[in-house]
Design a binder for this molecule. Structure first.
Ligand code: ATP
Length: 358
């Protein structure tokens, strides 16, 4: 549906995007993530036609977009700040794109009702005005309006960032529901990594105008290309290590980890490290467990509890170990297994280690 090849974007002499190539399949949900200023919105605007590209090519739905203005593209963009018409009702707002396209009234009515249903908005809202709705409901109406004419591509620029946590959760569920039922390709900019993991088929991680990694959520989470991606997506421990090839596998040495047999398989080593780059061992907090007295594991870490946070479903521990701090998440329990100042031993399976470029 979208094929971007070698896209560069300059604002004056400032290079905002460098050699961006990506494809989005028909009906795919792609999340764009990355630190502030890395070029996510710029890329979205180029797809939408609100910005020209400086080099490269863009094909959407089989057609070269170079000369096609935003209004004639098969894309719709939803901005962070929604712009509903304040003096139009919910029904008029949602139906507006079809009204503009001079579609017959019964068709508009049917499409509006279908969108209302898909976004789980009550029928009684149809005659309300935007100011009579909550922020979350307004955002749903804005989404419904952008989808009513069934554009092949929906571009979402942080549409949920202004909402509180609970509303966000319910709107995320609506968005996924909507995506599943309309067959549109979604490109969704978000700085909420959990949201990207939950919603997207693939995640594109950007940094300083370039794509660092593009892959399925589990790939990005468990097999990050480098320490930047590992640290950007979710909490993580990155322990400096030396990694050297040993036959088909790799041997590692790391001051913090105590392992009887410090060997990991080739697929536990990112390509950059295999080629000789400096390494860090990535350990996700949920991969660690608290060892009971006398209990053993492939690898262990000895330390002292600095701090803990009871989060309900899980407890997060911050543990001082060999001049670093280790983060560990364990399932929540009503009795606290260790408290501040306690000496602890953590266990880890060798198979859970992954070496990234430091
Ligand atoms: P955020 O997460 O903060 O929204 P972003 O990843 O969406 O950031 P962009 O808005 O795409 O980032 O901006 C990328 C870079 O290009 C930034 O350094 C920004 O200052 C710059 N930039 C964006 N628009 C313009 C413009 N119209 N003129 C000049 N520079 C711009």
């Amino acid at each position: 549906m979208i094929k971007a090849t070698g896209i560069d974007k300059y604002y004056g002499t400032y290079r905002a995007l460098t050699d961006i190539s990506l494809e989005v399949a028909n009906g795919e949900f792609l999340a764009l993530v990355g630190p502030s200023g890395c070029g996510k919105t710029t890329l979205l605007k180029i797809l939408a036609g609100f910005e020209d590209l400086s080099a490269g090519s863009l094909v959407i739905d089989g057609e070269d977009m170079t000369e096609i203005p935003a209004s004639a593209r098969p894309t719709r963009m939803v901005f962070q700040k929604l712009a509903l018409f304040p003096h139009k009702t919910v029904a008029q707002n949602i139906g507006f794109p079809l009204h503009l396209a001079k579609r017959p009234k019964p068709e508009i009515d049917a499409a509006v009702r279908r969108m209302l249903e898909l976004m789980h908005l009550k029928e009684s809202y149809l005659n309300r005005y935007p100011h009579e709705l909550s922020g979350g409901e307004q955002q749903r109406v804005a989404l419904a309006r952008s989808m009513v004419s069934q554009p092949p591509v929906l571009l979402l620029d942080e549409p949920m960032s202004a909402l509180d946590a609970k509303l966000k959760k319910s709107l995320q569920a609506e968005l996924k529901h909507l995506h599943r039922h309309v067959g549109t390709s979604f490109v969704h900019v978000t700085h909420d990594l959990e949201e990207a993991m939950m919603l997207a088929d693939r995640i594109c991680v950007m940094r300083a105008g370039k794509i660092v990694q593009l892959g399925e959520p589990s790939e990005i989470y468990y097999r990050p290309a480098n320490a930047f991606v590992a640290g950007f997506i979710g909490d993580t421990n990155l322990l400096p290590a030396k990694v050297t090839r040993e036959g088909d596998a790799f041997r590692f040495a790391c001051d913090v980890l105590d392992c009887a047999n410090p060997i990991i398989a080739a697929d536990q080593v990112a390509p950059g490290v295999a080629a000789g780059a400096d390494a860090a061992l990535m350990i996700r907090p949920e991969m660690l467990r608290l060892l009971a007295q006398g209990e053993s594991a492939d690898c262990t870490i000895s330390g002292t509890v600095n701090e803990f946070f009871i989060r309900g479903a899980s407890i997060q521990y911050r543990i001082a170990a060999a001049e670093t701090e280790i983060v560990m998440d364990i399932p929540g329990t009503s009795t606290l297994p260790a408290k501040q100042g306690d000496p602890v031993k953590l266990g880890l399976a060798l198979g859970d280690l992954f070496a990234v470029e430091a």
